[in-house]
Design a binder for this molecule. Structure first.
Ligand code: NBG
Length: 899
C-alpha cells in the first residue's frame, strides 16, 4: 500500500471493528453465572452396585457434585480467554508457553472457541431432544465450509474480545485467521451452497444436522506450472483440524458386495425374506463439527464419516501366520473416504464413487434411525412427522433403496408402509440439467456391489411403472422413458428417476432452472405429479459474504442505516436506495471499495508477481472452468481488446485510446484433472496474460491475471475487491449460480447472460443496473437444434481474434479450441453471443467512466439483494418441503451462588 493511504486504512479498520462489535454480547450471556441445562444430570445413568436405598442417596450426591462442577458456561472476559488460549497451548498442544509461533496460537485459539461452542451445542441438542422436535437432515457429498475461526467468533459475539485478548499476547487476530486451512470438502457451488444452508439453519434456529464425508484429501491444490494447471493432493488434515470432535463411540457397519439368499416368508408381512450374506464390511466412524448460529444459542451439528476396517486384524489370517495379509485388508478399507472426486457438473461414473456414496448414506440412515428409535413412543409409521431428509443432488440418492432395505429387512415392515414412510421423508434438490452430470450407474455394477438394493430398485420400478401403465394405458414409449432402468447395453440405473419417484418433493434452484426441469428434463414426471415440483431459488449466507468478507463495506452500510440490524434482516438494506446518490455515502462506498481493491492488488502482486493499478476497473471471472461457463468467450474478448489497443496505436488514434478504460481482468478456477478442453482454456488465459502483461505498449490499459488455487477464503478476498463480475454461461446451462449473488451484495455490477439466477437478480435490482447480453434459453434451444444444417456467419471480430491465435501471436496455436468455435461445432454459442458480449462490455466501460453513476448502481443493486440471502431460501425449504418451525434454545436462567 502506498504512503498516505495508511491513515484512511487505519480509519476504515477502526470503523470495521466498530461494525463487528459485540452488539448482542450481553444478551448472548457470555456470563459465567448463567445456568446450563440441568437435564443432563437428571438423566445421568450411574452404575452404583450397592443396596438400592443407599445407592439412591449416593447417586443423588454424585449428581449434585457433577452439576456443581459443570452448571455454568465458560467465562468469556478477556483475561479468561487469555488463560484458556495459553492453557491450550501448553496442555492441549503440549508446546512451551513462551514459544511464539502463530500456528500454535491459531490452534489454541480455535480450541478455546470450540470449547465455548461445545457447551452450547450439547445444550441445544439436549433441548431439542427434550422438545422432540422434527429434525431436518441435509445429505450432501460436498461441503465447502471455508475458514471457521472468524465465523465462530462472530456467531458467539466474541470477536472483539478474542482480538483484544490476543493483542495483549502479541498476536493479531487477522494474522492468526490466515493460519487456518480451508477444508476443501467440495468441488464448487453445490458444496458451498450446502455450507451456507448449514449456517442459515443454525441462525434461524431450525433443528438440523448436516451429514457428509470426511475426505482425507480435499479438492486438489491447483498450481500453475509451465503456463498450465497442475494438480497436487490437498492433505488438509496435516496440522489437524481443531474444529472437529472424533466420535469413536459413533460407529456403524456398512456392508458391500456379497450374495442374496432366500429365507422363507416373513410370518407377519408374508413377503419373501432375503438375507444379504458374505461381502465386505466397513466401519463408518463419525466426526462432528459444531455449526453455530449467528447471535443465537442454537448450535447444530455437521457429522462427517470416515471409513475404517471392520476389525483391526482379521483373526483367521492372523492365526494362519498371514500377518501382512491381515494388515493389507485393513489398509484396503481405509481408502474409501480418502479422496473427493473433483468433478463439478460431471458424474465420474467410478465404482469407488458409488461405494463412497453408499457407505456414507448407509451410515447416515442408520444414525438417523437409531436417534429416532431412542424414544420408545416413536413409531416408525410416524417418522415423516419427526424427520425430513433432503438429498443434495442425486449423489446420496442410493438412500432411497437403502432406507427401504432398513425398513423391510431390519425393521420388518411391509412394502406399503415402508414406501409410504420413505416417500414422505425424502425430498430431492436437482442442481443441473447437464446430461453429463446426471448420474447413472451400470446395472451390473449395482448388482455386484449392492445386490439387495438392485432387487429393491426393481420392485420400486415395478410398482411405479404399474401406476404409469394404469394412467396411460398403451403408452409404451412413456413407460420406457420414465423407467428407472435404461434398456441400453449395459443397462443403466437412472438415479434422478429413482430420486423423483422416491421423494415427495423435487426442487430446482432458480426459476428458469425449475422451468427447464418441468419442460425439458422431466416433463413426463411433471405431467404425472405437477405438485411434486417446486422452485426454491438459491441464496447465500450474507453474514459470511458481506459482514465477514467485507467489513469495510459493512461498516459503511451500518453507518448509513444507523444500525447493525441489517445483519439479521437483509431487507433493511432497501433503505439505502433513497440515499444511493448522496455524495457522502458515495464517497464512503468508493473508499471501502478502493480499500478492498488495494488488498486484492497486494495479494495479486504477492501470489502472481503482477503489479496492477487499483484505479483500473477490476473485472472478475471466478468459478470452476467449464465450457458452458464460457471463460473462453471472456479471454477471446480480452484478446480482442488487446488487438484493438494495438491497432488504435498503429492508427495513431489518440482520441479513442484516451477514451479507453484501464482494466484488470482476473480469472480463477479449477478445471477437472481429466477435462482437457477446460485445461486448454486455462492455458489460453495464461498465454494471453503472458503476451499482454509483457507488452510495454499496453501499460496499465490492460492486465490479465489468473490467480491459482481458487477456494472459499480466496473468494472472500476477491469478491469485495471487484468492480464488475462475469456470469456468462450459455443460457439454460447454469442452474442458478451463487457467486453472482455474492458479487452483487458486495457492490460489484454483473455482466451476465440470460441464465440461472442472473434473471432473478435482474428482476430484483432492475434492468438498468445489470449488463445483460446474449441469447435466452429458448433461443439457445432453437439454435442448438438448427446449428448443424444452418451454419451462422462468424462475427468479424471473433474471426480476427481466432486468426491471430492461429498465427501464433499468443505462443501456442490452440487449434482444438479454435476449431471448437467454428460454426457448427460451437455448442455453447460463443460465436452467436460474442458480438453482444463485446457491446455489453462497451456499456460497462462507458458507465465506469462516470463514477457517481456507477456507484449509484452499485449501491442500488446491493440494497435490493435481500431475496438472495440463504435465510430466505431456508425459510422456503422449511415451509414448502420440510414442514418444520424454529425452536430457539435459551439457557434456563442465572445461578445466584455457584458454590
Ligand atoms: C451447481 C450448478 C450451479 C448452482 C449450484 C448450487 C452442480 C451439479 N450444480 O449453477 O451448476 O448454483 O449447483 O445449486 O454442481
Amino acid at each position: 500500500m502506498e504512503e498516505g493511504e495508511e491513515e484512511t486504512c487505519a480509519r476504515i479498520e477502526r470503523e470495521v471493528r466498530d461494525c463487528l462489535g459485540d452488539p448482542n454480547a450481553a444478551q448472548l450471556g457470555n456470563d459465567p453465572t448463567l445456568l446450563r441445562q440441568k437435564s443432563y444430570v437428571d438423566e445421568l445413568e450411574m452404575e452404583v452396585d450397592e443396596e438400592e436405598e443407599q445407592a439412591d442417596e449416593k447417586k443423588k450426591l454424585m449428581k449434585e457434585k457433577l452439576w456443581k462442577l459443570m452448571c455454568t458456561y465458560l467465562p468469556c472476559d478477556v483475561l479468561s480467554l487469555q488463560k484458556s488460549i495459553v492453557q491450550h497451548v501448553e496442555y492441549t498442544l503440549a508446546r512451551r508457553r513462551y514459544k511464539k509461533d502463530k500456528g500454535s496460537f491459531y490452534q489454541a485459539t480455535a480450541v478455546s472457541v470450540r470449547d465455548r461452542l461445545i457447551e452450547r451445542w450439547t445444550d441445544t441438542q439436549q433441548y431439542l431432544s427434550s422438545k422432540d422436535t422434527k429434525r431436518v437432515y441435509y445429505l450432501s457429498l460436498e461441503y465447502l465450509l471455508g475458514r471457521n475461526l472468524q465465523n465462530a467468533m462472530s456467531c458467539l459475539a466474541l470477536r472483539n474480545r478474542y482480538a483484544a485478548a490476543l493483542e495483549e499476547l502479541g498476536y493479531k487476530l487477522e494474522e492468526l485467521t490466515e493460519e487456518e486451512r480451508d477444508p476443501g470438502l467440495g468441488s464448487g457451488g453445490l458444496g458451498r451452497l450446502a455450507s451456507c444452508f448449514l449456517d442459515s439453519l443454525a441462525t434461524l434456529n431450525y433443528a438440523a444436522w448436516g451429514y457428509g464425508i470426511r475426505y482425507k484429501y480435499g479438492m486438489f491444490e491447483q498450481r500453475l506450472i509451465g503456463r498450465a494447471q497442475a494438480e497436487f493432493p490437498d492433505f488438509w488434515l496435516k496440522e489437524g483440524y481443531p474444529w472437529e470432535v472424533e466420535r469413536p463411540d459413533v460407529q456403524y457397519l456398512v456392508k458391500m458386495y456379497g450374495q442374496l439368499e432366500e429365507d422363507g416368508k416373513d410370518p407377519v408381512t408374508g413377503r419373501p425374506r432375503v438375507n444379504w450374506v458374505g461381502g465386505e464390511d466397513v466401519i463408518a466412524e463419525g466426526f462432528d463439527i459444531p455449526v453455530p448460529g449467528f447471535h443465537t444459542w442454537n448450535t447444530n451439528n455437521l457429522r462427517l464419516w470416515t471409513s475404517k476396517a471392520s476389525c483391526e486384524f482379521n483373526l483367521g489370517s492372523f492365526n494362519d501366520g498371514q500377518y501382512y495379509a491381515a494388515i493389507g485388508e485393513k489398509e484396503r478399507s481405509e481408502p474409501l473416504t480418502s479422496v473427493l472426486y473433483p468433478c463439478d457438473n460431471n458424474a465420474p461414473g467410478k465404482e469407488l464413487r458409488l461405494r463412497q456414496q453408499y457407505f456414507y448414506v448407509s451410515a447416515t440412515l442408520q444414525d438417523i434411525l437409531r436417534r429416532y428409535k431412542k424414544r420408545p413412543e416413536h413409531s416408525l409409521l410416524d417418522l415423516p412427522r419427526k424427520v425430513a431428509i433432503q438429498l443434495n443432488e442425486t449423489h446420496p440418492a442410493i438412500a432411497i433403496p437403502e432406507f427401504m432395505r432398513l425398513l423391510l429387512d431390519e425393521e420388518c415392515l411391509g412394502w406399503k408402509e415402508a414406501w409410504h414412510i420413505t416417500q414422505n421423508t425424502f425430498a430431492y434438490t436437482n442442481h443441473t440439467v447437464m446430461p453429463e452430470a446426471l448420474e447413472v450407474w451400470p446395472l451390473p455394477l449395482m448388482e455386484q456391489l449392492l445386490p439387495r438394493h438392485l432387487t429393491i430398485i426393481y420392485e420400486i420400478n415395478h410398482h411405479f411403472l404399474g401406476e404409469v401403465r394404469a394412467r396411460w394405458p398403451a403408452d409404451q414409449g412413456r413407460v420406457a422413458r420414465m423407467s428407472i432402468i435404461e434398456e441400453s447395453e449395459p443397462k443403466l440405473i437412472k438415479m434422478a428417476h429413482l430420486a423423483i419417484i422416491g421423494c415427495h418433493r423435487v426442487n430446482g434452484v432458480a426459476q428458469v432452472h425449475t422451468g427447464l426441469l418441468c419442460s425439458s428434463l422431466f416433463p413426463d414426471f411433471y405431467e404425472m405429479w405437477p405438485q411434486k415440483f417446486v422452485n426454491i431459488t438459491n441464496g447465500v449466507n450474507h453474514r459470511r459474504w458481506m459482514l465477514q468478507a467485507n467489513p469495510a463495506m459493512s461498516a459503511v452500510i451500518s453507518k448509513w442505516l444507523g444500525t447493525h440490524d441489517w445483519i439479521h434482516d437483509l431487507g433493511l438494506l432497501a433503505r439505502l436506495k433513497d440515499l444511493s446518490s448522496n455524495p457522502e455515502l458515495q464517497r464512503d462506498w468508493q473508499e471501502a471499495k478502493m480499500y478492498n481493491k488495494r488488498k486484492l492488488a497486494d495479494f495479486i502482486k504477492r501470489e502472481c508477481g503482477i503489479v496492477v493499478n487499483a484505479a483500473a476497473m477490476f473485472d472478475v471471472h471466478v468459478k470452476r472452468i467449464h465450457e458452458y461457463k464460457r471463460q473462453l468467450m471472456n479471454i477471446l474478448g480480452v484478446a480482442y481488446r488487446y488487438l484493438r489497443i494495438l491497432s488504435l496505436q498503429q492508427e495513431g488514434n489518440t482520441e479513442a485510446l484516451g477514451q479507453m478504460v484501464p482494466r484488470v481482468v482476473i480469472f480463477a478456477g479449477k478445471a477437472a484433472p481429466n477435462y482437457f478442453v477446460a485445461k486448454d482454456v486455462i492455458k489460453l488465459v495464461l498465454a494471453v496474460a503472458g503476451r499482454v502483461n509483457n507488452d510495454a505498449r499496453i501499460g496499465d490499459l490492460l492486465k490479465v491475471v489468473f490467480i491459482p488455487n481458487y477456494n472459499v477464503s480466496m473468494a472472500e478476498l476477491i469478491i469485495p475487491g471487484t468492480d464488475v463480475s462475469q456470469h456468462i454461461s450459455t443460457a439454460g446451462f447454469e442452474a442458478s449460480g451463487t457467486s453472482n449473488m455474492k458479487f452483487c451484495m458486495n457492490g460489484s455490477l454483473l455482466l451476465g447472460s440470460r441464465d440461472g439466477a442472473n434473471l432473478e437478480i435482474e428482476q430484483s435490482i432492475g434492468k438498468d443496473n445489470m449488463f445483460m447480453f446474449g441469447a435466452n434459453t429458448k433461443e439457445v434451444d432453437q439454435l442448438r437444434r438448427t446449428i448443424n444444417f444452418r451454419k451462422p456467419q462468424m462475427d468479424g471480430r471473433l474471426r480476427w481474434v481466432l486468426e491471430e491465435i492461429l498465427s501464433g501471436r499468443f505462443g501456442a496455436t490452440f487449434h482444438d479450441l479454435v476449431n471448437s468455435l467454428q460454426p457448427g461445432n460451437d455448442g455453447y454459442m460463443v460465436g452467436h453471443d460474442f458480438g453482444s458480449y463485446l457491446e455489453a462490455n462497451e456499456v460497462v466501460d462507458s458507465i465506469f467512466k462516470n463514477p457517481p453513476a456507477w456507484t449509484t448502481k452499485c449501491i442500488d443493486s446491493c440494497a435490493s439483494m435481500s431475496r438472495f440471502s440463504s435465510d430466505r431460501c431456508i425459510r422456503e425449504y422449511a415451509e414448502k418441503i420440510w414442514q418444520v418451525v424454529p425452536h430457539q434454545f435459551k439457557p434456563p436462567g442465572k445461578v445466584a451462588n455457584v458454590d
